[in-house]
Design a protein around this ligand. Structure first.
Ligand code: HEM
Length: 496
């Protein structure tokens, strides 16, 4: 006994020391940045300003380094010329295991992978095709009608006097409702849903907590978030959705799939539908704001883009007048290359999504023809395209909005390079590879449609004395950053 106690104590101390000391770098592995707080590592510095943090460490450690962030070891690949080898993604790097852990905790449905819901994962994935290809034309047409409806009823009434508004609030209210109507349909008994403002308000409250949920902070620690999420989910219960008509084929298909799963409760089906609400507007609302803001803030850009829209309409025999409704088809939207460029440019300046893959085993990750690094099972391999988007070698004067940056010789410019080499990936607001956003074509089209209506129907001015709003860093890594403050603007019906 007398010698057992010291032995036990020294063993415990050894274990504690090992835990606190944690991981050390092995030969062949990238430089390791751990910070002094065990487990938490560099999470706080990363959360404060991810772009700045990563740039500082790139300068210190080179293009590939591993950082401990909240218990995870994340290997960042900073050189965009190396992106293709990560995106190609062999069987050793996986994305879905991560989303199947995080998304259910965030949105409140049971994990989909595994044997409980046979085939559901694959079928859900397949349903994403209903947002693309031939399905894009009817979705785009429906969105146009819904945008026009909301514009006409809420903003195109009254005389042509100047009105004041807040641009982010304006973009959110129109886009939230029009997207909702397009994806989920309208009530059988009317053309608009009641209580949209309350729903949007709850959505924003949930959205503010989204970064904490994704970081897997238990929802019961987040104030009223659980109650708000339950309220949002209950909106999509089958007894409510059965009262809606004209929904998208995408939602109809998903509802059918959920019906085939005996073990999926009604509240779980509703939670899946709620997750799509977040996916379809969570990024689109701030992206719409940034596109509108940058165009309204640059008189020359606004003039060129507005003229382009009028020309495309005229080429199809439409002489635009604010007294009639306008319709822009997918084909017409495809011709708006200056508008597309302005949207790409605003996405470049506002997006901060992180592309994540999880190592399925210990292995040597090939970076290019003569470089590999060792990674361990469970490590996260991360691309952080905001660093690429703001790289002065790729984009001259990267903080400046140049509406025509993505146009060359009258066509879309796709030629961007670094170190004299053409980049395969130069703009990545929608992620990459197998996990790339399936709603990206629809998103671009709906933002184009919104901007078209804004520019066609209104004279627009920012109120004086306002600086360009900053980027709220709280969503860094998760998509389009919100503006740190709203922007006051004036608008009046144009006299055409
Ligand atoms: C500007 C608007 C949008 C942006 C910037 C955006 C961005 C993204 C990103 C970064 C991802 C994750 C990709 C990855 O991790 O590699 C994603 C996933 C997803 N997005 Fe979007 N998105 C937008 C609009 C939309 C819209 C309008 C829809 C649907 C109507 C949509 C549906 C989805 C879905 C369903 C996923 C999950 C895909 C999966 O699980 O594989 N998104 N989006």
């Amino acid at each position: 006994m007398s010698f057992l106690l010291p032995l036990l104590i020294s063993l415990l101390l050894g274990l504690l020391f090992w835990i606190l000391r944690g991981r050390t770098r092995k030969p062949g592995e990238p430089p390791l940045v751990k910070g002094w707080i065990p487990f938490i590592g560099k999470a706080l510095d990363f959360g404060k300003d991810a772009h700045k943090f990563l740039e500082e460490h790139r300068r210190k450690h080179g293009d590939v380094f591993t950082v401990q962030i909240a218990g995870k070891f994340m290997t960042f690949i900073m050189d965009p010329l190396l992106y293709p080898s990560i995106i190609k993604q062999g069987r050793q790097l996986d994305f879905h295991e991560f989303t199947d852990k995080v998304a259910p905790l965030t949105f409140g449905y049971p994990p989909v992978l595994g044997t409980t819901f046979p085939g559901l994962w694959e079928q859900i994935k397949r349903s994403f095709q209903l947002l693309q290809g031939d399905h894009l034309a009817p979705l785009t047409e429906s969105m146009m009608g819904n945008l026009m409806l909301v514009f006409r009823q809420d903003h195109l009434n009254g005389a042509g006097d100047w009105r004041r508004g807040s641009l982010y609030e304006f973009c959110c209210s129109v886009m939230f409702e029009a997207t909702f109507l397009t994806i989920y349909g309208r009530p059988v008994t009317g053309i608009r849903h009641g209580g949209m403002d309350r729903l949007r308000d709850d959505f924003h409250k949930f959205d503010n907590m989204f970064p904490f949920l994704i970081a897997q902070i238990p929802i019961w620690l987040l104030g009223r978030t659980l109650a708000i999420r339950q309220k949002l989910i209950s909106y999509f219960l089958p007894q409510h959705m059965s009262q809606w008509t004209n929904n998208s084929q995408f939602i109809r298909r998903r509802a059918e799939l959920f019906e085939q799963q005996d073990k999926l409760k009604d509240v779980d089906k509703a939670a899946h539908h709620f997750a799509i609400l977040w996916a379809s507007v969570g990024n689109t609302l701030p992206a719409t704001f940034w596109a509108a803001y940058f165009l309204v803030s640059q008189v020359e850009a606004l003039k060129v883009v507005r003229q382009e829209i009028v020309d495309v309409l005229r080429d199809s025999g439409v002489d635009f007048s604010t007294s009639s409704d306008v319709m822009l088809s997918k084909e017409q939207l495809d011709k708006l290359i200056f508008l597309e460029s302005a949207i790409s440019e605003s996405l470049r300046l506002s997006s901060a999504s992180m592309n994540i893959r999880v190592a399925q085993e210990d292995f040597s990750l090939r970076l290019d023809s003569n470089r590999s690094v060792g990674v361990r099972k469970g490590d996260v391999i991360a691309l952080y395209p905001q660093s690429l988007h703001l790289d002065p070698e790729v984009y001259e004067d990267p903080q400046t909005f140049r509406f025509d940056r993505f146009v060359q010789d009258g066509r879309e410019k796709t030629d961007f390079s670094k170190d004299g080499q053409k980049l395969r990936y130069y703009l990545m607001p929608f992620g990459s590879g197998s996990s790339m956003c399936p709603g990206r074509y629809f998103a671009i089209n709906e933002i184009k449609q919104f901007v078209c209506l804004l520019l066609l129907y209104f004279d627009l001015q920012l109120e004086d004395g306002q600086n360009r709003p900053g980027l709220d860093p709280s969503r860094a890594g998760l998509g389009i950053l919100l503006p740190s403050s709203d922007v006051r603007f004036r608008y009046r019906l144009r006299s055409v």
